[in-house]
Design a protein around this ligand. Structure first.
Ligand code: ADP
Ligand code: ZN
Ligand code: ZN
Length: 728
């Protein structure tokens, strides 16, 4: 007697058939059991999803049903909560269940047989303990001096109030706390009291970026390893090796790991005893996946919390406008509980740095650094303090151009300019990677006078070095520099941190005081705890004020406020810490709110605008993106799918009302229409009702598939739906 089972396997994103395939097993297997099954000529990982209802109906030829090849019988089946999480994610983000479920498992599982796996499991405990000290060692530099991490400090009054609320209410909570207000300490405290109360409970703590995990890991490990053992804290992020990831995943799945720290992918970790979820810097766009199923780990965390009865704590100094809106008073319909921690923690209260706006209209034309900013940096150097200058553009100059004929350094494969990198004298496309050496003369007219336009971080670094060349660092007379050492300018951006470990090394140099002025992209504005920086400058932040993306101001405000949080963390230096904004719009309300550190004022004015314009969070959106050989084909596909929605779906029973609540806009080219010779277009779908949008998308999915076959869509390469898109 054999049993037919439905098994979930990895299938292409839009496979019209369900991803469930039928296999035969000699014994009954529980739902959630991991198996290996034959698929075509190969064998693949699968998850048992239930009994197959076709058994005995004669609908399927029993000769065609193949046997399950192998069962992972040492791994406990994935539980119902995990199953429901992936089911929901697949449905909500319009992807196949097989794709979402299998992508949520550690990659190495796909390559192992159950026998190999058993060996791994035995070794994994060792791997975990080996991985632990290494991770701590690299991270320590920045926080080692901070003994507060090793001995829990007494909570401040603000922190106690917040902790009390979290203990007594159900949440979800939005912890709105200034940078340095002690949010992480609140996370540590809540996790600790949970784990002490409940000896099997697990906690999930997410951060937006891999770069931020070592700091956090060091802090959690220092606090919890002595209490729970080194294996109780594991990380999950894409910077780990596959064996490390598998070991950490198993530890979480088996409940050995009590605390999982990770990036967005960790939201899918199997944690049967999950009781608490933290989403730190919840506003960060990195929580939204930009490939495959475009899920928001923050939103899934809230769903998962409800599903598993775990409390969810979102934290930020600049919450997303969505979360801010959700945490309005309950009487006005708010669903989250907003908790506020306005003060920075410190021996005496550390003041937030003074924000100064420099009106660039009154500065010499084309000046990169205004005179007062330059003077402020020089003063810092003279006092032995550090400055941080950021600009969101890497390379030397965004364009190279010919003053004679107007040639510009366009990319041959994209509708974008190639960026001039002076360090290795290349022109590089930041979209497709196409790189060439800088031509000696204009490729179009032969003029040798080709010049950079605009500026990037390399140029800022070069200019600062020149502008500070005449001064010497205090107390730095050495044999090599009898006059005193020159000022040390360093740069951190995607170009200087390509090699594994290089970012950590460069950050360590800043912490150690080996850098006087740090130049970088937004990479340096986030999260890193620099104690000796007393000046943060945004050289040219105005672009976002006039962007066509309605979220650009929100992102700018949050970036500037995060950056401000880097300055003056040290009580002794906090007094004279400053944030400088060079702008042509000094009176802009965004900068006015920033000067007052008034996020609520900024948020309420933004929300008012959004409400008037009917934009999220007052409406719900999805984007369909199409890629094709020609822009016409990409747009034709989208417009045809839109027309088909109107013509076909309107006749479906009961769909009239759904359609009435959904607006489909015309297809338009994407902001960068061509990348690597592929043309890209998008179409916005909008509804005042999330439920209506969801229902529409579920019905439209099949229509999109069918549309593909229409003759005018020849040349279409692929399409994908992005629900709740962050960039429009
Ligand atoms: P945030 O996560 O909000 O930026 P942190 O939790 O990192 O803030 O706290 C900022 C600094 O204040 C850290 O160095 C931390 O060790 C310290 N700190 C936090 N809470 C306390 C407290 N209750 N007593 C003393 N120091 C604290
Ligand atoms: Zn020319
Ligand atoms: Zn390109």
């Amino acid at each position: 007697m054999s049993i037919w089972l439905s098994v979930l396997v990895q299938t292409p994103a839009h496979a019209a058939l369900g991803p469930l395939l039928t296999y035969r097993s000699a014994t009954q297997l529980a739902v959630g059991t991991l198996v290996r099954v034959p698929l075509g000529k190969r064998e693949t990982l699968g998850v048992v999803w239930g009994d197959d209802e076709q058994q005995g109906t004669g609908e399927m030829d029993s000769d065609k049903v193949r046997d399950i090849a192998d069962v992972f019988d040492t791994v406990a089946p994935l539980g119902p909560a995990w199953q429901q999480l992936v089911r929901f994610a697949a449905q909500y983000y319009q992807r196949s269940l097989g794709e979402v479920a299998l992508a949520a498992l550690p990659p190495q599982l796909r390559d192992l047989t159950p026998q190999q796996m058993q060996g791994k499991a035995r070794r994994s405990k060792r791997a975990l303990t080996e991985a632990a000290p290494a991770a701590t060692a690299t991270a320590d530099k920045g926080v080692a001096a901070d003994t507060a991490h090793f001995y829990p400090p007494a909570l401040t009054a603000e922190q106690s109030t917040v902790v009390e609320h979290i203990a007594t209410a159900q949440g979800p909570f939005l912890l709105f706390g200034a940078t340095g207000s002690g949010k992480t300490e609140v996370y540590l405290h809540c996790v600790q009291s949970l784990l002490e109360r409940d000896p099997s409970a697990q906690a999930l703590v997410m951060v937006p970026e891999i770069n931020l995990t070592p700091q956090l890991e060091a802090r959690f490990r220092a606090r919890f390893a002595p209490l729970l053992g080194a294996q109780a804290v594991v990380s999950l992020h894409s910077g780990m090796t596959n064996p490390q990831r598998l070991a950490a995943w198993l530890a979480a799945h088996e409940g050995r790991a009590r605390i999982v720290l990770g990036t967005r992918m960790a939201v899918f970790a199997s944690m049967p005893h999950l009781k608490f979820i933290v989403v730190d810097e919840e506003h960060d766009p990195s929580y939204k996946s930009s490939e495959g199923a475009r899920y928001s780990a923050r939103d899934l965390a809230v769903y998962r919390g409800k599903l598993q009865g775990a409390k969810v704590l979102l934290g930020s100094a600049t919450p997303s406008l969505e979360s801010w809106h959700h945490s309005r008073p309950a009487a006005e319909g708010g669903r989250y509980l907003r908790l506020h921690m306005p003060a920075r923690v410190g021996a005496e209260v550390v003041a937030l740095p003074l924000v100064r706006r420099v009106d660039m209209n009154h500065q010499p034309r084309n000046a990169v650094f205004s005179l007062p900013l330059l003077q402020a940096i020089r003063d810092r150097v003279a006092r032995g303090e550090q400055s941080m200058v950021f600009l969101n553009r890497r390379g030397y100059a965004p364009v190279l151009h010919c003053t004679d004929c107007g040639w510009k350094s366009e990319c041959a494969h994209c509708s974008a300019f190639r960026v001039f990198h002076k360090v290795d004298r290349t022109l590089r496309c930041h979209h497709c990677g196409f790189t060439e050496r800088v031509p000696r003369a204009c490729p179009s007219c032969g003029n040798i006078d080709i010049t950079p336009m605009g500026r990037g971080t390399e140029q800022i670094e070069e200019q600062l070095e020149a502008l500070l060349a005449d001064i010497r660092r205090p107390n730095s007379i050495s044999d090599a520099f009898p006059e005193g050492e020159p000022v040390r300018v360093a740069r951190i951006d995607a170009d200087t941190t390509r090699l594994k470990g290089s970012l950590q090394a460069q950050l360590a140099a800043v912490h150690a005081g080996d850098v006087d002025v740090l130049v970088g992209t937004q990479m340096i504005a986030k999260g890193h705890d620099f104690r000796r920086i007393t000046l943060v400058a945004a050289v040219n932040p105005d672009g976002a004020l006039f962007s066509s993306d309605f979220r650009a101001p929100e992102r700018l405000f949050s970036l500037l406020l995060q950056a401000a949080g880097r300055a003056g963390r040290d009580a002794a230096l906090g007094e004279r810490s400053e944030v400088w904004i060079q702008t042509f719009q000094p009176a802009h309300p965004l900068y006015a709110a920033l000067k007052q550190y008034d996020y609520p004022a900024f948020a309420s004015s933004q929300l008012q605008e959004r409400a008037q314009a009917g934009m999220p969070p007052f409406s719900f959106q999805a984007l369909v993106r199409a890629e094709a050989r020609s822009q016409e084909a990409a747009q034709a596909f989208l417009n045809a799918a839109s027309a088909n929605a109107r013509s076909d779906m309107a006749s479906w029973d009961g769909w009239h009302e759904v359609l009435a609540q959904v607006t489909l806009y015309s297809a338009v080219p994407m902001a960068i229409a061509r990348v690597a010779n592929v043309e890209r277009a998008q179409m916005l779908v909008e509804s005042p009702s999330r439920a209506a949008l969801q229902e529409f998308l579920s019905g439209w999915h099949g229509v999109l598939h069918a549309t593909r076959a229409q003759p005018e869509c020849k040349g279409l390469i692929r399409w994908a739906i992005d629900v709740d898109p962050l960039a429009i």
